[in-house]
Each structure stands twice: as C-alpha cells, then as structure tokens.
Design a protein. Sequence first.
Length: 202
Amino acid sequence: MPLPRGIQQVKQSLIHSTSWGGLRRQVHKHNGILLPHKPLIMKPPIFVYGTLCSPQVLQVLLGRTPALSPARLQGHARYSVRHVLYPATIPTPHQPHQQVDGFLLQDLTRQEEKLLDWFEGDEYSRVLVQVHCETKSTTMTSNTSTITSAQVYLWKDHLMDKLDLDRPWCLDTFQKQHVETYLETTVRPCRLEMEQLGMTQE
C-alpha cells in the first residue's frame, strides 16, 4: 500500500538534517517514516570574567578554545580571593553603576559545561543574568550594545569573608604574571583528575 501523500519512506537508518518551518531540526527514522525531532533548546552562553578568560587556561582545561566575545555584566563587582589567583564576582544592588568586563563562551557542549562546573567547585553558583554585548555596526561609526541572557559563576554569599574587597582582580596582571603558575598548580592537575575520573570521554 502506498504511503499517504506528504510522508516519505526511507530505507537507510541514517540521521538526516532538514529545514522545517524555517527552523533547523534533526530528522530521524521511525518505522521507515521521516519524523521531525523537537527543536533543540539552546542554553545561554556562559559569561566568564576571571581565569577562564585566558585562552591558555581554556585550551588546557577543555582541550580547545571556544569562541570568545566581549561582554559586560552591570550591577556586579569583581574582587580577588585571598591566598589564591582566581577572582570572584558578586552583585552590588546598591551600586548599579558597578560593572565587570569579560567574555561570553559560545557553543559550549553539555560535557564542557560539566567540566567547568567541576572546575569552579562549590564556591560558586551558576546563575542566569543579563549582560551587555557590543557589536560592530557596518552602517554606523560607533559600536552598538545589545542585552542578552547568559550564565555566570557568582561567588556564594556565605563565603564573603574570603574576598579581599580592597583588591580588585585584573586580567592583564594575571596573564602577564600568574598564568603559567596557575596552569601548573591548578589547571593541569584538574585536567588530569578529570581524565582519571573519565569526565573527558565523549
């Protein structure tokens, strides 16, 4: 019996890709009939503001350097953490003019997000925020700013006594003076432990 009009039969159990209703979706085979998957729900990118802004750190930790785009988190401040090389960011509700410069990590896989969660540890909470992104305009002489959703690792409230509120953290200083030490003492050991735990396997 011929299949009803509009339904296509396939003989190969392959995953196909097609455009459906203007959205890119995967198509799979079910009893020889092509069916559309539900659209993939894309998670917001992760806004990073500290050691994860370093391409060297990302390369060692993730095995690649994801795309980085400049962004700015307003109503927050970044401080050094006592006795360590990484910073912390906290909300500043009474000082909305405060801002933290950083980058959006684009196109992270779910596995890479889990690696970042493990690397950041239990001192931070990954929360949803709004960040400002500057984009170059092809028709205007100045850049334009847009607001987008992002995830960010914020310092936990009960650990505030560990922050050095008189010492803001500087990425340039970290890159010039501390990145090699940080790679050797923190990032490479973390990556090795991840591999031993099987966390880096696809």
